[in-house]
Design a binder for this molecule. Structure first.
Ligand code: HAM
Length: 426
């Protein structure tokens, strides 16, 4: 059999304990924030019907054209996709469970793994973690502004105080048509200069040319028409209100006339939040989102005006580390159980459970037999109290309680042990 070196698949990574402390910090922070802002948690499956994404994100987007992992079971006819993002599944869940019949808006949050078969590079993975939130069933501009504020404030809570919001409006069904015409005219006038992908997209989905990653195409686009000049009155008023709210709250933002985002479901407001991450990653897009009033229509239902955002947790963790933000560490045990002899070992296990029931964090070294080795381990762990139980004590249901600071020892009955430990830990 050929020798295989098993390792994580390309673009995927393990999150080891030393990184879990930062992920925990993110989870604790968002849980508190979403509770305050009145969001409820939702989990959707990792797999969804692939068509949910091709319809909502758009057939001619990078995600759908190149990046989806699609699975077929041997017997199954349906193509299921590993979710590349969370908004379409949440809209699917909202429609499937009739959440429109409850008082609106419905405010939901989530976190979990997402999958995109992208070219791996610093800050870009094929399996990555996001947290996000969606406000479904509300068309007001204040929701767009609050979406940005919530995302911005969570980043501040995580110690990332130097982020900046890039914002644009990409209009709606009424005004985007005019812009599309002007854009196609411009793209055709420069057809020998844009890349092959852009030329193809001029025909299939011209707006996607705006998020082409090729530097030359980006430069060419700077001379192109700007969507903001084509917005209808309603879209203009909407954008103006969003910006006014942001100004009121002193959120640092810049208007980016070429920001369209890589997903087709957006209408009106789109935004991204950037911050310096690491030297290797440079400035990274930590979060992005926007309004998606027609997504539900694409899925075959009436319009549910909605807005939301998601953030990449790996990028946030890199930014936290670069700013020396502390993670969340487990509390240290205060009590150590030390045992000598087979009977004492059995009693030790029992004592350990008694302490757990009493809510006292304890630790042990059951697999070590020498008292010296056990006490030396307790010392290293900065333990306050060691409970010692030997054959003699075990036979009489007694334990020795040793104060590690003074070295003083006292014998107590096992029944009295929890009370005595609590008294000493006070
Ligand atoms: P997105 O911009 O595709 O939006 O992803 C949101 C964030 O996820 C990005 O800003 C980035 O930090 C992170 N991210 C995306 N792809 C990767 C990757 N390959 N590796 C590491 N991090 C990545 C959405 O997904 C929308 N669903 C956001 C939204 C919610 N819009 C409305 N509601």
């Amino acid at each position: 059999m050929a020798k295989i070196k098993f390792q994580t698949p390309t673009g995927m990574h393990d999150i080891l304990p030393q990184d879990q402390v930062y992920f925990q910090k993110v989870y604790k922070t968002i849980e508190k924030a979403f509770d305050f802002y009145g969001f409820e948690k939702i989990d959707t499956p990792i797999l969804e019907n692939a068509e949910l994404f091709s319809r909502s994100i758009g057939m001619n987007t990078d995600i759908v054209e190149k990046e989806m992992y699609i699975l077929r079971t041997k017997e199954g006819k349906d193509a299921l996709a590993l979710r590349p993002e969370g908004t379409a599944p949440i809209m699917r869940a909202y429609l499937e469970h009739g959440l429109n019949t409850y008082p609106q808006p419905i405010k939901l949050w989530y976190h979990g793994p997402f999958f995109r078969h992208e070219k791996p590079q610093a800050g870009r993975y094929r399996q990555f973690w996001q947290y996000g939130f969606e406000v479904l069933g509300d068309k007001e501009a204040i929701v767009d502004a609050q979406t940005i504020v919530i995302m911005y404030n969570i980043l501040c809570d995580l110690g990332i105080n130097d982020s900046i919001v890039k914002i644009n409006s990409i209009g709606d069904e009424n005004c985007r048509g005019e812009y599309r015409k002007a854009l196609v005219k411009f793209l055709r006038s420069k057809k020998n200069e844009f890349c092959k992908d852009c030329l193809r997209r001029t025909k299939t989905n011209p707006l996607r040319v705006l998020d082409c990653k090729d530097e030359k195409c980006k430069e060419l686009m700077n001379e192109g028409p700007q969507i903001i000049d084509y917005l209808c009155e309603d879209c203009k008023t909407h954008l103006k209100s969003v910006l006014e709210y942001l100004e009121e709250l002193k959120i640092p933002f810049t208007l980016d006339p070429f920001l369209v985002r890589g997903l087709d479901y957006y209408t009106r407001t789109v935004f991204e939040i950037e911050a310096p991450v690491t030297e290797e990653e440079g400035t990274g897009v930590l979060a992005g989102g926007g309004r998606y009033d027609i997504l539900s229509k694409v899925l075959g239902k009436a319009n549910i005006p909605s807005c939301g955002a998601a953030a990449g947790i790996e990028r946030i963790v890199s930014a936290m580390k670069a700013r020396k933000v502390e993670g969340v560490y487990a509390s240290m045990p205060k009590v150590f159980i030390s045992q000598i002899g087979p009977l004492a070992k059995k009693k030790g296990l029992l004592i350990f459970e008694e302490l757990r029931k009493a809510g006292i964090k304890a630790t042990e070294s059951f697999s070590k037999d020498s008292l010296k080795a056990q006490l030396s381990r307790a010392n290293k762990l900065n333990i306050n109290i060691v409970i010692i139980i030997g054959q003699k004590e075990a036979l009489r249901d007694m334990v020795i309680i040793r104060d590690m600071e003074t070295g003083k020892q006292a014998e107590v009955n096992i029944k009295e042990m929890v009370k005595e430990v609590k008294k000493r830990l006070k």
